[in-house]
Design a protein around this ligand. Structure first.
Ligand code: NAP
Length: 285
């Protein structure tokens, strides 16, 4: 069963490989989405302070009828919080808002505030500040408020910065990975550091749905484009976090009982080199 597939983090905690992403699922409806996902079999839910839906996620988990310890819940310290005090207070607030006794995983959402992320004229990567936020995460972990800690959107240099002065090494890096964006060197660096990589936006935030190359590849395998996208990240040995509030889509996204051939994986890894109008012949087996 796909829902039983998991990795083991460096501290021995088990993390289910398929998660429900909840970005842009509003607080008022996310409880139902979480309950539906749990009913279907999902055991890993990804939220964040910035999503403003931690309350509904906590409610959905309580109402799911499944014991809390059987569901893995991730939240994230907001990208803008760059001091020890602000991060520590935010973790307590997330616990209070969600009504959960602990998070299974809490990660730093981004090395830079969002207003600076992706801006070439903002090269400052908040090294001292991120070490302070990391200290808050370490202390919350030692206090039992969080079972595991990690980072998101961190490059190798950002991780090295944490490693220079940490008591607990990052266990997870959650990064943008999909067929249009495969950062192979960063994935390989994380593997060497024993950091589990999670693929966010595996369907390219919905953009993959209209892509003719992906439509051809999905057709060759007799699957939907989201299934192809999720299976691609799965075969890269990642945790995968597709988002949907639609139960039919949740089921479809968990139906991954097919294998993308090595040759087709190679084509998809080099997706950005395929010129428009040239749809490759996918083997489909
Ligand atoms: N750490 C970070 O900085 C970061 C950044 C972005 C995302 N994330 C995490 O990653 C999760 C996923 O990324 P994402 O929200 O950007 O988007 P995504 O999962 O790449 O794509 C979501 C889109 O695909 C559609 N979709 C999903 N399954 C489908 C299916 N079976 N058939 C048809 N359409 C389908 C959804 O529509 P419907 O809702 O209508 O199904 C939605 O429009 C987020 O929710 C969040 O948890 C983290």
């Amino acid at each position: 069963m796909i829902f039983d597939e998991s990795f083991t983090l460096s501290n021995g905690i088990t993390i289910p490989r398929l998660a429900l992403g909840t970005w842009l699922i509003e607080d008022g409806i996310v409880s139902d989405a979480v309950q539906n996902a749990v009913k279907i079999g999902y055991r890993h839910i990804d939220t964040a302070q910035a999503y403003e839906n931690e309350r509904g996620v906590g409610e959905g988990i309580r109402k799911s009828g499944i014991p809390r310890e059987q569901i893995f819940v991730t939240s994230k310290v907001a990208a803008e919080l760059k001091s020890y005090e602000a991060a520590a207070a935010s973790i307590d607030k997330s616990l209070m808002t969600s009504g959960l006794d602990y998070f299974d995983l809490m990660i730093i959402h981004c090395p830079q505030p969002w207003s600076e992320y992706h801006r070439a004229d903002c090269p400052y990567r908040y090294p001292e500040e991120n070490r302070q936020v990391w200290k808050a995460l370490e202390e919350a972990c030692q206090a039992g408020k969080i079972k595991a800690i990690g980072v998101s959107n961190f490059l190798e240099c950002d991780i090295e910065n944490i490693l220079t002065d940490c008591k607990i090494k990052p266990m997870v890096n959650q990064i943008l990975i999909n067929i249009t964006n495969t950062p192979a060197e960063l994935i390989s660096y994380c593997q060497k550091q024993n950091i589990i990589t999670e693929a966010y936006s595996p369907i390219a935030h919905g953009a993959a749905l209209n892509n003719p190359v992906l439509a051809a590849a999905a057709e060759a395998y007799g699957v939907s484009i989201p299934q192809l996208c999720i299976r691609y990240a799965w075969q890269l040995d990642l945790v995968v976090l597709p988002k949907t509030a639609n139960p039919e889509h949740m089921k479809n996204n968990a139906d991954l009982n097919f294998v993308i051939s090595d040759s087709d994986m190679q084509i998809l890894k080099n997706f950005d080199k395929i010129s428009p109008g040239q749809i490759p012949a996918f083997s489909g087996n």
